[in-house]
Design a protein around this ligand. Structure first.
Ligand code: NI
Ligand code: MN
Length: 225
C-alpha cells in the first residue's frame, strides 16, 4: 500500500482494492510536482469540501478515469444534476468496495462561487478510511473536541492541516496530535502559498510521530499479513 503527497491537502492512496485520491488540487497548485497524467488509474475521488484548493482537478480526473466522486450530499446532488457520477454522504459511514469510510466532523465551511454567487454545498468533513491501514484525512479544520472521538478507530496515519489562517496552525496541530491517538501524523495544507506559510515553525514538527512528506513523495505503508 502506498501513500503519495500531491502537495497542499492532496493525497493518492494506492490500496489493494482501488486507488483513491483525496482533494486532488494539482493544476495551479504551486507546490504540486505531479501532473494529473502522472497518476495511475483512479477509482475513487473523495472531496472533503468544495473550496478550489480541494476540488482542484477532480472533475477532469473523474471523467478521464470514470472514477466515482464521494462528496457531501449537497455537492453530490449538484454534480448529479450536471450528469456527473457522485456518491453523496453525510456524517456517518459507508462500506465502499475499497473498505469502510467514516465521515467525521471538520470545523470549516464549504461553498462554490459561480458567476459571482456563493453556492452552498453542504458541510465539510474529515474521513477515516479503513483500508489495509487506517488513514484519517482531516480535510480543512480548526482544532475541535471531536478529535478526541477518533482514538477508538486506531488510526495508523493521520493527515492533518497545520497552515493556519484557514485551518489549524502548527501549534494547534501539535495539540491535535495529543487527541487523535494515531500512530503517525502527516502535516498538510501549509507552505503552499503566503497565507499558509509556517516555515518559521517547522522545527516544532520534528518529532518521532510526525512524518514530513515533500510534495510528490511516495511512502510505502507496510501491511502485516
Ligand atoms: Ni477550505
Ligand atoms: Mn483549503
Amino acid at each position: 500500500m502506498n501513500l503519495t503527497f500531491l502537495g497542499h491537502a492532496g493525497f493518492l492512496i494506492e490500496s489493494e482494492r482501488g486507488n483513491i485520491l483525496i482533494d486532488p488540487f494539482m493544476t495551479g497548485n504551486p507546490s504540486c510536482t505531479l501532473k494529473p497524467n502522472d497518476l495511475p488509474k483512479i477509482d475513487y475521488i473523495i472531496v472533503t469540501h468544495t473550496h478550489g484548493d480541494h476540488v482542484g482537478d477532480t472533475l477532469d480526473i473523474a471523467k478521464k478515469n470514470s472514477a466515482l466522486i464521494i462528496a457531501m450530499n449537497e455537492y453530490a446532488i449538484y454534480l448529479n444534476q450536471r450528469g456527473i457520477k457522485a456518491h453523496g454522504i453525510n456524517f456517518g459511514s459507508f462500506e465502499f468496495p475499497f473498505g469502510k469510510a467514516r465521515f467525521v466532523q471538520a470545523s470549516h465551511s464549504s461553498s462554490l462561487i459561480e458567476k459571482g454567487q456563493i453556492i452552498y454545498t453542504g458541510n465539510p468533513f474529515g474521513v477515516v478510511l479503513h483500508l489495509e491501514k487506517t488513514i484519517y484525512h482531516a480535510g480543512d479544520t480548526g482544532l475541535i473536541g471531536d478529535f478526541n472521538l477518533l482514538k477508538r478507530y486506531d488510526i495508523d496515519y493521520a493527515l492533518m492541516p497545520c497552515g493556519g489562517n484557514f485551518t489549524m496552525d502548527v501549534e494547534d496541530f501539535l495539540v491535535a496530535t495529543e487527541m487523535v491517538g494515531a500512530k503517525k501524523y502527516i502535516p498538510m495544507h501549509y507552505n503552499t502559498f503566503g497565507l499558509v506559510d509556517q516555515s518559521k515553525y517547522m522545527d516544532k514538527l520534528k518529532k518521532d510521530n510526525i512524518i514530513i512528506m515533500n510534495p510528490g513523495e511516495k511512502i510505502f505503508l507496510e501491511v502485516k499479513k
